[in-house]
Design a protein around this ligand. Structure first.
Ligand code: MN3
Length: 239
């Protein structure tokens, strides 16, 4: 696919997607949104040094790699969420770079929004989201157990997700590397959906403080989940 074809088809193809953009924020462009809290604000659960390196270097590297690749190919960035949702529309020579670095950029853009300083909001889901989690998993604790297991059992690097499936139901899934549940043709059938919560289980997300104890990181992480943002993503995905 050449540049002209790519430009002509991308908008139309993405407009038809049934999956909605997660977190209420609209498009994710080729820039890094400011962190919505201070680097040390998630202490003691997530330490400031980890945040500094994770936000300031890892996320920035994904974004810069993505920008570099698109610029070299003379392609516009547009909405990176849409770009990674339909990788078949991305020229083949760029596909792996966009999958890894575009995925890295959007996944981290969401991840920062899905966290908030402990005590700054509700400590558990409320309302319709709480009811849906209970209906699907039995209880909030059962949901947390399933989600934590998905993160703990992900071999190597990746993410665990809570998604709203195309039928409107909730599910917990996991992806390797920087893949995410919006990636059509990448995630297995039945695991596609709109992510409304996700945890980064790459070692760079926790190793400084938790070393090899990934389950300890996951259990501490619940303290900084931004349930208000998750509820907004849930409402948007169901709308
Ligand atoms: Mn990361």
């Amino acid at each position: 696919m050449n540049r002209r074809t790519f430009l002509a088809t991308s908008g139309a193809a993405f407009a038809g997607s049934v999956l909605t953009s997660p977190v209420h924020a609209a498009a994710i462009g080729l820039e890094q949104a400011p962190l919505p809290y201070a680097l040390q604000a998630l202490e003691p659960h997530i330490d400031a040094m980890t945040m500094e390196i994770h936000f300031g270097r890892h996320h920035v590297a994904y974004l810069n790699n993505l920008k570099g690749a698109l610029e070299t190919a003379g392609l516009p960035g547009g909405d990176v969420t849409s770009l990674v949702s339909d990788l078949a529309k991305v020229p083949e020579a760029l596909r792996t770079t966009v999958r890894n670095n575009g995925g890295g950029h959007v996944n981290h853009s969401w991840f920062w929004q899905w966290m908030a300083p402990a005590g700054s909001g509700p400590s558990a889901p409320e309302g319709k989201l709480a009811a849906a989690l209970q209906g699907t998993f039995g209880s909030l604790d059962d949901f947390k157990k399933v989600f934590a297991e998905a993160g703990a059992k992900r071999f190597g690097s990746g993410w665990a997700w809570l998604i709203v499936k195309q039928d409107g139901g909730l599910a917990v899934t996991s992806t390797p590397n920087q893949d995410n549940p919006l990636m059509k043709g990448v995630v297995p059938e039945g695991e596609e959906g709109t992510p409304i919560l996700g945890i980064d289980v790459w070692e760079h997300a926790y190793y400084l403080k938790y070393q090899n104890k990934r389950p300890d990181y996951i259990s501490a992480w619940w303290n900084v989940v931004n349930w208000t943002a998750v509820a907004k993503g849930f409402e948007a995905a169901k709308a």
